[in-house]
Design a binder for this molecule. Sequence first.
Ligand code: SF4
Ligand code: SF4
Length: 417
Amino acid sequence: MDSKTRDTLITLFKDKLNEAMRFYLETCTRCGLCVEACHVYASMGNVKYIAAYRHEIVRRIYKKYFKGRGKLWPSVGEAKELTDMALEELYEAAYSCTGCRRCMLYCPFGIDTQMLMSIAKLLLIGASAEPEILTMLADTSIEKGKSIKLFKKGFLAGVSNLEADVVKKWKIKAGKTAIPVDVKGADLLYVALAGAHSIVPAAAIFNAAGENWTLSFFEAVNFGAFVGDPTKTKLILDRIINEAKRLKVKEVCICECGTAYRVMKQVSGGQPFKVSSITEVHARYIREGRITLNKSTFKHGVTYHDPCQIARNGGIFDEPRFILTHLTDDFREMSPDPRYNWCCGGGGGLVALGEDTLDFRMKSSKVKVDQVKETGATILATACENCHTQLSNLNDHYTMSMEVRFLSSMVADALVH
Ligand code: SF4
Ligand code: SF4
């Protein structure tokens, strides 16, 4: 690594050093309580996947450049120089961590591995050593925000095709727009993912609830967050914030995408709209009597995987369970407690990296498979695209013979209309 790159990385590191980050970097007592917390270590048994081990890779660089002892006498402080080899270690630590924060629950000091790995990811970006595909996808999203006119026509044509599905399957009244787009003064802006699975069931439920809603031109997924680039994360987010303000909506509803929900929720303070996950909105419709579900639609055992970014990191535990009590008489909770739920192993950009990470994702999520199998359920529901893909991959790989479902699609299928 040349000295110019190293200086750039040191500056990037320094900019991340707020009070919380310094606390995380200086507090670990190596008590070992986080050892069994990580699904990767629990599944694969390699020490490099212990949370504290991952921290140490970042911490040693911190000691080298930001602590007096490391600067003067590196071997005593276990300080480590920023080299190409150090970058490889940072990559291994950051892209084998899903940012699920299960380890944080076990740490007596609440050391946040996701935050420490955000330093690792930022240094990788600074050295152009991040997964290139994630940066390319983030750039594409940003470009789309700049030139919406170019794709508007194609988007509307695609939506029009989906409308036919909604009208046919859910018998929407003639003359009513089944999927409204770009409606000023709508109460709710729905931010979906690309694809019918994210739009069609949601549209059916909004219509059944009589919601005054509109679909967003922009997709929810934030590849800037996956790659750990704060500037790109914000630019991608701003597209949605500006759209919500332009349309003057009261609520922004994020589809089944955990990371999109977490990043949007983080910046929701001070905005003229509230931010909800689609799971919260569906639970509200049931509570208010705006939709009714047929409880006998799913007769055989149903279990639910809590997406880490929505449950542990977003605080939404009760709503999916409330919905499930209206979908089935046979809901089977996983063990242990949902707060300690095992990560599915697909977050942190791993699913977005596709086949490249498939082998690792399958091996590192064995504990998740065991946890699901113990329920004896036949349907595995979840409320996040990443989790759904990863759980479907696990279902195939481990021949679990389950049906992996989006919770929203189950709600749509159970609508009484
Ligand atoms: S955040 Fe999750 S994946 Fe990362 S070290 Fe902690 S438990 Fe493991
Ligand atoms: S539980 Fe916390 S303090 Fe203990 S080893 Fe892990 S990170 Fe360090």
